[in-house]
Design a binder for this molecule. Structure first.
Ligand code: C2O
Length: 540
């Protein structure tokens, strides 16, 4: 079977989104039915294609070259690849490889700015999809928040994005087998900025990186703004037993938990486990400290600028690798999403021939079909888990504010808050029942200013925040700053929810028979967050 990518050149008539088209969008967005939602999204993506040309390339830049025609044609991806591109761990590659990768990146940086394969143009594609250059209005003048983060669009968007980036690099050096490296931050040997990115004379270097986190500082997969580096051993344990184990194994047993929630108009989205935790934290850890020149922690620390650091692509290769690995782990539900509105969703990119292409999620589920695989390396986080810290049955820390369910929405700012949450009626379930349905801690409607590095941790039955390597740690919420400009104002309230799978956690801390648990929110900074509600639910 051959996979088809439709090359779709955008009709000039759609370029400025006619009034009629915008009104149609608005009407469609205003209704809840799935069919209409999909139609609305289709319109939005058409505008994205339009913006790809106008925003990335500047008005006029590529219009003569790429627009103005309504013809479509198809690219065939070979059904069988004679050789697969192998993405290797960045800390283990040869010096020949580094020289080649550096060369390709240098050529990419030196392409004319009007070439969509130019390094900055590629970075701008990320800004466009992940940040939104200046907001987008519907036909009624209301801003539409249109982003690929915090939902099930996260993995497939970035897979396609990195795919084209890699193909472009390979094309520029005439090597179709060229593969990007992956930043192996889930293995102790890979837990620092890989050396090839720190050579100041290299095209892989970026000045806008944290000065405090240069090698040999160990990466903190649970980083929050300003957190001091921990001793190496402790940090490695936090990364492996806390962050990786929880977000790949115990807390990610359902597609909903791993990929994040559906992207549908009218419902709040939730990020997937890998996205919200190691992915977001590594972005912020890598970006520069906040200064007047880097007010949002550029480059990696803010979505609009993240693609300007070549390390972005090694970071995302590892995120992408987690998708492949997750599907091979034990458990009956570790499978790709099969919903049609997921599979048929499409994105627009420029391919290695500088042609505008529209690609569907359904065509990227298997990386071998895309022509690449990851070198297999040991997964030290797979079986290790943290120990319980304390076994508290009731909240008793006098320094932690107690709230009731009826107090919600609550504001979290600077200090911890504890709340008793009833368990679902059916508790102490059998192993089979637990595999069928996961007990999920749902933190609803978290709203915050999207420009801030908000982060808070969530613990079950522990008010002392012993750290992510302890069994009571359920997960965190972390935001990477967005900077949509909505009518000149960068501040914009984001709203997302959080789903944390805690079936294993409850077993580990011996709370599976209890009628209720207490949940503690521990803010890592003083940025205010509002939490709309909290509940425990059985989800499948
Ligand atoms: Cu779209 Cu890691 O970002």
């Amino acid at each position: 079977m051959e996979t088809t990518i439709i090359v779709e050149e955008i009709k000039l008539g759609c370029k400025d989104g006619s009034r009629q088209e915008r009104e149609e969008d608005a009407r469609a967005l205003g209704r809840q039915s799935l069919r209409r939602e999909k139609r609305a999204l289709g319109h939005c993506w058409r505008r994205i294609a339009w913006r790809l040309e106008t925003y990335c390339l500047g008005f006029g830049g590529a219009l003569s070259g790429f627009g103005g025609s309504s013809t479509s044609h198809e690219i065939k991806l070979p059904s069988q690849h004679t050789s697969l591109r192998v993405r290797q761990p960045a800390h283990k590659v040869s010096s020949e490889y580094i020289a080649k990768y550096n060369k390709a990146t240098e050529i990419m940086r030196n392409l004319p700015p009007s070439d969509p394969r130019n390094f900055m143009q590629q970075a701008n594609i990320h800004a466009l999809y992940c940040d939104g250059p200046d907001g987008d209005k519907d036909g009624l003048g209301k801003y539409i928040q249109f982003l690929v983060h915090n939902s099930w669009l996260f993995f497939p968007f970035h897979r396609w994005y990195v795919y084209f980036y890699e193909k472009i690099l390979g094309n520029l050096i005439g090597d179709p087998n060229f593969a990007l490296p992956f930043w192996n931050w889930d293995h102790p040997d890979g837990m620092q900025i890989p050396d090839m990115y720190t050579d100041e004379s290299s095209a892989l270097y970026d000045l806008n990186r944290s000065t405090a986190h240069q090698p040999p500082t160990t990466v903190d997969l649970d980083y929050h703004n300003g957190k001091a580096p921990k001793p190496r051993e402790e940090q490695v344990d936090d990364n492996l037993y806390g962050v990786m184990y929880k977000n790949m194994v115990s807390g990610a047993k359902l597609p909903l938990l791993f990929f994040g929630s559906p992207y549908r108009e009218g419902s709040t989205t939730t990020p997937g486990s890998i996205e919200k935790h190691p992915h977001n934290c590594v972005h912020i850890w890598t970006g520069h400290e906040i200064t007047p020149q880097t007010p949002l922690g550029e480059d990696m620390g803010a979505f609009y600028s993240a693609g300007r650091d070549p390390i972005f692509f090694a970071h995302h290769a590892n995120v992408d690798r987690m998708w492949n690995i997750w599907k091979t782990l034990d458990g009956p539900k570790r499978k790709d999403i099969t919903k049609p509105d997921f599979l048929d969703f499409s994105f627009v990119f420029y391919d290695e021939h500088a042609q505008l292409v529209r690609v569907k999620i359904r065509d990227c589920l298997n990386t071998e079909v895309l022509g690449y695989v990851y070198e297999k390396v040991e997964l030290p986080w797979l079986k290790e888990r943290g120990m319980p810290h304390t076994r508290l049955a009731v909240p008793r820390n006098p320094n932690v504010r107690k709230v009731e369910l009826t107090d919600f929405p609550i504001t979290l700012k600077g200090s911890a808050v504890t709340i008793v949450v009833p368990r679902p009626a059916k508790k102490a379930r059998s192993k089979e029942e637990k595999e069928e349905e996961e007990e999920v801690l749902v933190v609803e409607d978290i709203s915050f200013d999207g420009i801030l590095r908000v982060k808070f941790d969530v613990y079950v039955n522990d008010e002392y925040a012993p750290g992510p390597a302890n069994a009571e740690f359920a997960g965190c919420f972390a935001n990477v700053p967005h900077k949509h400009k909505h009518g000149g104002d960068h501040h914009h309230i984001h709203k997302v929810s959080l789903n944390l799978g805690i079936t294993d956690l409850l077993d580990e801390i011996g709370a599976d028979n209890d009628d209720s648990v207490f949940v503690t929110f521990v803010p890592n900074n003083s940025y205010p967050v509002t939490i709309g509600g909290i509940k425990l639910e059985l989800l499948s």
